[in-house]
Design a protein around this ligand. Structure first.
Ligand code: CU
Length: 145
């Protein structure tokens, strides 16, 4: 059995509510958390704002009605104060104040996508950067401790 298979099982168990945090009885293999993010035009909601260092699975639901994306950047900036491109309509993802961790490029209306990452301690911003969506309010933050 590949090692990643065990990890998937762990994440599924976590998502089903059989225990967030370190698996019981296991050695210190790090924490596993699920962050449920719901996207609307134009808002992000999430079930938790702080997670432990380790494996973090974002389950992103798009409740539309538009298509959205999901970016995870490490940044010390408040999520509402990210640098904009000269167009004034989108976040400047190339800014040195943002460190891209990963993203989901397209989340169609009425679908959900998962993104599993290994996050170090720090502050992260989550946002949609389709034109105007960030300014509309599609951003939030996550603290990893
Ligand atoms: Cu969007």
């Amino acid at each position: 059995v590949p090692a990643s298979f065990g990890l998937v099982l762990l994440l599924v168990a976590s998502a089903l509510g059989y225990g967030l945090g370190a698996p019981a009885g296991a050695q210190d293999t790090g924490s596993s958390s699920t962050v449920v993010v719901t996207q609307h035009d134009f808002k992000f909601r999430q079930n938790v704002t702080t997670v432990k260092t380790g494996t973090v699975t974002f389950r992103v639901h798009n409740n539309g009605p538009s298509t959205h994306e999901f970016n995870v950047d490490r940044s010390s900036l408040p999520d509402g104060s990210l640098p904009l491109r000269p167009d004034g309509l989108t976040v400047n993802e190339d800014s040195s104040l943002l460190q891209r961790i990963d993203s989901i490029n397209t989340i169609p209306y009425r679908t959900a996508s998962d993104l599993t990452l290994h996050l170090k301690p720090g502050r992260y911003v989550l946002y949609c950067n389709l034109e105007g969506h960030y300014l509309g309010g599609m951003h939030t933050s996550l603290v990893v401790k």
